[in-house]
Design a protein around this ligand. Structure first.
Ligand code: CO
Ligand code: CO
Ligand code: CO
Length: 347
């Protein structure tokens, strides 16, 4: 019988991250090195660190790894790699080289399963034009996989969490719901169509979205992963000292995400994300509970949230749709800071 990786985990994919509150607590103890060549560090909670090599070149450096988010080892490899590379794309970089990070229970699973995970990662890296030049493997249960990725970016063209400006429109490039659909799959409530739709969204590289951001000189963006759409929007609002307004009615959803949320398929990570963000969030009057929880649903390998200067948003959405990101939508806007960093509405 084929190995079913999903049976081995409670929280797969990015929902296995430590809560954002725990992250903030321990980051206080991590001293920040002082070096003028460090252009981006953990101070702004950006997707990756950026280090200047010279006036024309900086390195974008990032890592992500997590336990299985699907049953099939090859697909798990593809999704984990697409998710790891995404943080380079979110910052306007071009991925160049990577290392495999593999934790694998060699006494519990056949070694072919490991090979399939690596093959999935390698094929996704090839699709991204990224070369995997090594890695590290330790014995561990359940398996975990991801990449450490180095990309190139021009020091003047870095896209960050701190780049949101009042007047910008917010564009989301992929529909949301991967955490809810995964929970629905475990409870036997999600259809196979929903599960395969979620997997194809997670396998989609953010490469074309990044190309379109660069072409349009975008300054602010992030990718949507474990802290959910609202959690990552909040991190961007804080780093930019602005208020981000999201209209959950405009947010595209994968398949039956809403129905599954209504049936209670809401993973624990969503509640942790909500708990972290609540004090900084204004909720619209009588906000729909399911849409509120969808806003905080932990995404794995989610889309880009792009700050498009006023007047450019429709053109950029058209370019994204023409590039195959057919769910791309304008889902909100940025204003001067107004009492709370995040305003979440459903009307
Ligand atoms: Co990220
Ligand atoms: Co990341
Ligand atoms: Co080693």
């Amino acid at each position: 019988m084929k190995t079913d990786l999903l049976q081995m985990v409670d929280n797969g994919g990015c929902s296995a991250k430590l809560s954002p509150r725990q992250l903030e607590e321990f980051l206080k103890y991590l001293p920040l090195p002082d070096d003028p060549n460090i252009l981006v560090d953990i101070d702004t909670h950006d997707d990756a660190g950026v280090y200047r090599v010279n006036d024309d070149l900086a390195l974008v450096f990032t890592t992500d790894f997590f336990p299985p988010v699907c049953s099939d080892p090859y697909e798990f490899g593809q999704i984990a790699a697409a998710n790891s590379i995404s943080d380079v794309y979110a910052m306007g970089g071009d991925p160049v080289i990577a290392l495999n990070l593999m934790m694998f229970p060699a006494s519990k699973l056949p070694i072919e399963t490991l090979a399939e995970i690596l093959k999935g990662g390698s094929d996704m890296a090839t699709e991204a034009g990224l070369r995997i030049i090594g890695g590290h493997t330790i014995d561990d249960f359940p398996p975990k996989y991801g990449l450490a990725v180095v990309g190139y970016v021009h020091p003047q063209r870095i896209i960050t969490n701190a780049g949101a400006r009042p007047g910008d429109s917010l564009i989301l490039t992929k529909p949301v719901g991967t955490g809810i659909i995964l929970a629905g799959q475990k409870l036997g409530l999600a259809s196979s169509e929903d599960v395969s739709a979620a997997k194809s969204i997670m396998k989609q590289l953010n490469r074309s979205g990044a190309d379109i951001m660069k072409k349009n000189n975008i300054k602010g963006a992030t990718d949507i992963t474990g802290y959910g759409l609202a959690g990552h929007a909040l991190k961007m609002a804080r780093a930019s000292h602005v208020t981000i307004n999201l209209n959950m009615k405009e947010v595209p959803l994968i398949g039956n995400t809403y129905r599954l949320a209504d049936e209670g398929c809401i993973p624990g990570a969503s509640f942790r994300n909500l708990d972290f963000a609540e004090a900084d969030t204004f909720f619209g009057p009588e906000m729909d509970y399911n849409l509120k929880m969808i806003a905080f649903d932990a995404q794995t390998s989610g889309g880009l949230l792009i700050c498009a200067p006023s007047g450019t948003e429709r053109k950029i959405v058209n370019e994204l749709k023409n590039a195959g990101l057919t769910s791309s939508s304008i889902i909100g806007y940025v204003t001067e800071f107004n009492k709370q960093y995040l305003h979440l509405k459903d009307a």
